[in-house]
Write a protein that binds this ligand. Sequence first.
Ligand code: ZN
Ligand code: MN
Length: 485
Amino acid sequence: MYLVTIGLEVHCQVNTRTKMFCACATSFGDEPNVNICPTCLGLPGALPVLNQVAIEKTILSGMMLDCTTPPISKWDRKNYFYPDMPKNYQTTQMELPLCIGGNVPLYDHCYPADAQKSIQRPNQIIRLNRIHLEEDVAKSTHLGNASLIDFNRAGTPLMEIVTEPDLESAEEAFAYLRSLQMILVQGGVSDADMEKGQMRCDVNISLRRNASDPLGAKVELKNLNSTSAVRRAIHFEIERQTEELNAGIAQIQSTRRWDDDRGETQMMRTKEDAHDYRYFPCPDLLPLTTTEIVDRMKKVVPELPHARAARYQQDFSLTLYDANVLSSDIHLARYFEETLAPAIPAKKTANFLINNLLGTINERNIPIQECAVTPTRMRGLLALVENGTLAANQAREVLIVMLETPDKSAAEIADELGYKPTDTGALQELCDQIIAQFPDKVAEIQAGNDRLLNFLTGQLMKASTSKPNPKMVTDVLREKILPSA
Ligand code: ZN
Ligand code: MN
């Protein structure tokens, strides 16, 4: 058996309207090569201008992840030759990145569903090495012998988020990406959608026999574009390296590509070291003073999912699971908080949203922020549950109609469906009638068979012209038949 050491480098597009060093649009899905100019095409003599928003959002990301920002940040050229980078260098940050240190919490609910029960290190924190800002390259498409290049993406602001080698399994890498995604999306700094290539991941992985041994040769897996690919690629690589090491084949520092269809990694090249890139300070961009931006961003750091979950647990006595569900999506969290009302216990509100609302809108593919049942209308519905007009299953029925008739309130719909506010006098009378009608059942209940209360409740529901809340009916019946209980 070997110990597995994994570090991740995540490239993540910063959510900006324009590119990192020019005013071209960053929109996704346009015709090829329409959002271009001399700067992002890398034409000789074109000068870069810094995108202020990209810098702000990167610093904000660093604050959310507990990084520090050095007072001065610098830009460097990383030299290499590749068709998707016509300048033959990438403008990036080597020595003085925008963010240093920091960490990412691994949220337990972000592990793969099938790994939830076997989390090795619950509530683990992964240390970050740095976050720097750079520019994305163009997109190449290979067709037979030809390659097509689309420069729309070239120059898009890209944060590179680099961990320390703190991860120990494929499942932790998966949870890391999902947790990071959640945090970046909540901060509004990136959409971090791996499907759209907004977030891509390089995996560094090495094996060694004992914790006291130096780290094994590092194998880098390039440009993985989904969390499940990352998980599968790591599993494959651990197995491959284990077999080779067992057979006495030493690993060498190298870069491999993941072939998703074949489910295997393939050798690309033996890895170059940093000095091969001949980094040097970018002569076109002045070092950046960050103090003023840091002060400004401090005021807008959003609450993170785990802080919010802790607050929900503390303030509303929610279970950790429920608190995590509600805080994992910023829109859902806002919805929950706007729905809260003094007259309705928060726990009941949480339960109804998790058990009834989420399932109902997920079945219909309605995002919570577009849900026709607004927090105000939801409050109206929950009030009817609270005052006993509706039982939980009846409330779900009303909810479904509310989704389809946005102009009516919960009370109007409940009324139309025949759910009236319970007339307690009438209910008492009905209960007396039913008790008189089934003396043998009443006797059995009094002898200890209280499951028959459900039978009597059913009989009353049939006999009633209104639709009383069955739980209330059972309560009144029990009170009458077993007054001591
Ligand atoms: Zn441009
Ligand atoms: Mn990079």
